[in-house]
Design a protein around this ligand. Structure first.
Ligand code: UD1
Length: 364
């Protein structure tokens, strides 16, 4: 019997944990415990995802809430340490690259508990990005590294990680996408927003480099002003971005864009339907670059780099930065071209979590 404490904390973690919690059920020798750090806590950033993705209620919620990077990471560590001491797990499994990921990995490793990292090896090579620091540090102390795309294998090999510890399993986020497509199809989000298939764009923004900087956000506004004249554009807004629009005095400028609809963050099923039927998605998210690859929808990534290069190779994703002229030119190009069915990245077949559970079970 192996006890595994599974960590989730922020919105993009929930779609990664959901298929794992399901896959464990086929392995009675695995005893999973689910810990929510509480990094995200709003109904729309957390609870809704548990319900829609049928994730069992967490065994424990550390309720850390928001804070600076140091304060949030430290608080997670302080609250997680007694949990590890009490439960004495064989493994702590962390996913992705958020503060909860590194905080819990570090606590586990220092208590001599094995760390398993799902989505290991991704690198943007941009160390100004908080997630890149979380990725590099988590991988450096992980005992089992589950990789989602070939670049992850190359990066870990270059960093000297022993290949015995590395497993190319595919992408758990795509497991969730595949198992929810039929349900998402029934979402009424298009009707509710007055949209038609391929007749609108979707925008999401939350990276500090884009939304914590008034100049960068202003440049993105310049691009969106033009793009929303071409097609209605829906912007489900992350709370961090909403706060900054107000702080930088940009809220009125966004409100004045006639075809831009700013809405509250959406749940998983509505968002999947919305992205799946969009003409173009403009985003700075990592996960959305992957989802649009499988959905076969154009994705313009408003960043200078990506830790997910397979999404570029597959042909759906383009790195466009935030220079308005560049964003607009790339947008026009996408609008003028139809997208061929993109090749599916290797092992993005909906079975990544099964592979992970099988590997963990073999370790018992
Ligand atoms: C975090 C992750 C990021 C991930 C993103 C997805 C880190 C370093 N960053 O960024 O990698 O892509 O989640 O959303 O871990 N807030 C709320 N309600 C919530 C959560 C947050 O209002 O439920 C607000 C708070 O004002 C908070 C701000 O959003 O200060 C930012 O939240 P935080 O967890 O610090 O980072 P994210 O930007 O969400």
């Amino acid at each position: 019997m192996a006890k595994i404490i599974n960590i989730c904390g922020a919105r993009p973690n929930f779609m990664k944990i959901a298929p794992l919690m399901k896959a464990y059920r086929n392995h009675p020798e695995l005893s999973p415990v689910l810990v929510h750090t509480g990094q995200h806590y709003d109904e729309k950033m957390s609870d809704l995802f548990f319900r829609e993705l049928e994730i069992p209620a967490p065994d424990l919620n550390l309720e850390v809430g928001s804070g600076s990077h140091a304060a949030q990471t430290a608080e997670i560590m302080k609250r997680f340490e007694p949990v590890v001491l009490e439960h004495k797990p064989d493994w702590v499994l962390v996913v992705g690259d958020v503060n909860s990921t590194i905080a819990c990995a570090l606590v586990a490793k220092k208590l001599g508990v094995g760390v398993a990292h799902v989505e290991a090896g991704l690198r943007s090579f941009d160390r100004t990005m908080p997630e890149e620091i979380n990725r590099v540090l988590t991988d450096a102390i992980s005992d089992l590294l589950f990789v989602s795309e070939p670049s992850g294998l190359e990066n870990l090999a270059r960093e000297g990680v022993d290949s015995d510890r590395v497993h190319f399993v595919g992408n758990v986020m795509i497991d969730t996408l595949k198992s929810n497509l039929a349900k998402a199809e029934r979402s009424t989000v298009l009707e509710r927003l007055g949209l038609t298939k391929r007749g609108y764009n979707v925008v999401t923004l939350h990276r500090p480099s884009n939304v914590d900087d008034a100049v960068a956000l202003g440049r993105i506004a310049d691009a969106l002003e033009v793009i929303q004249q071409d097609l209605p554009t829906v912007f489900p807004m992350h709370p961090r971005t909403r706060g900054n629009l107000a702080r930088f005095g940009l809220a009125e400028r966004f409100a004045a864009m006639r075809q831009l609809q700013i809405i509250e963050p959406l749940g998983y099923l509505d968002f999947l339907k919305l992205t799946g039927q969009a003409a173009v998605v403009l985003t700075d998210s990592g996960g959305i670059q992957e989802e649009t690859t499988i959905l076969g929808v154009w994705c313009l990534t408003l960043r200078e780099n990506t830790e997910r290069p397979v999404t570029i190779d597959s042909g759906t994703n383009r790195l466009v930065g935030t220079d308005p002229a560049n964003v607009i030119a790339s947008y026009r190009e996408c609008r003028s071209k139809s997208l061929d069915t993109p090749p599916v990245p290797e092992k993005w077949d909906g079975r990544a979590a099964e592979r992970i559970a099988a590997i963990l079970a073999k370790m018992c």
